[in-house]
Design a protein. Structure first.
Length: 127
């Protein structure tokens, strides 16, 4: 594993940041009446993933807390997938768009699981 000096160096953070931006762009075409429900919810959950990864980084001194924050991030990634299902069900995204975005969030979930499994590597050198 390459030396990780910041949460911004983590591939899972970089990927979740990119995907949160893609969600923002996708939701710009959602109907106005969804502004305070689906649009805000999916944007919030997608952005929360990267924020929780950053927060987890700050908790590396305490391995259980580090893992807990990553588990919370995993929950938000899964929530984002659920909101994508609603967008598909309402016809706001095409099946192809849904598949593309859902696959990206599934990948982020896998990356988070791998980070959780290797949490000792991240917590070992926390100062």
């Amino acid at each position: 594993m390459a030396l990780t000096r910041s949460f911004r160096d983590m591939k899972v953070y970089q990927h979740s940041r990119t995907e949160a931006q893609r969600i923002f762009k996708l939701t710009q075409s959602f109907p106005r009446e969804e502004r305070f429900s689906l649009t805000d919810q999916i944007r919030r959950s997608s952005r929360a993933v990267k924020s929780m990864i950053a927060e987890a980084w700050a908790h590396r001194r305490y391995p259980a807390s580090f893992v807990s924050k990553l588990v919370d991030a995993l929950g938000e990634a899964t929530e984002t997938q659920s909101w994508l299902d609603d967008a598909l069900d309402c016809g706001y995204v095409t099946p192809a768009q849904h598949h593309d975005h859902d696959a990206a969030w599934q990948s982020i979930g896998g990356m988070l699981n791998n980070t959780i499994e290797k949490s000792d590597d991240f917590c070992r050198n926390a100062s």
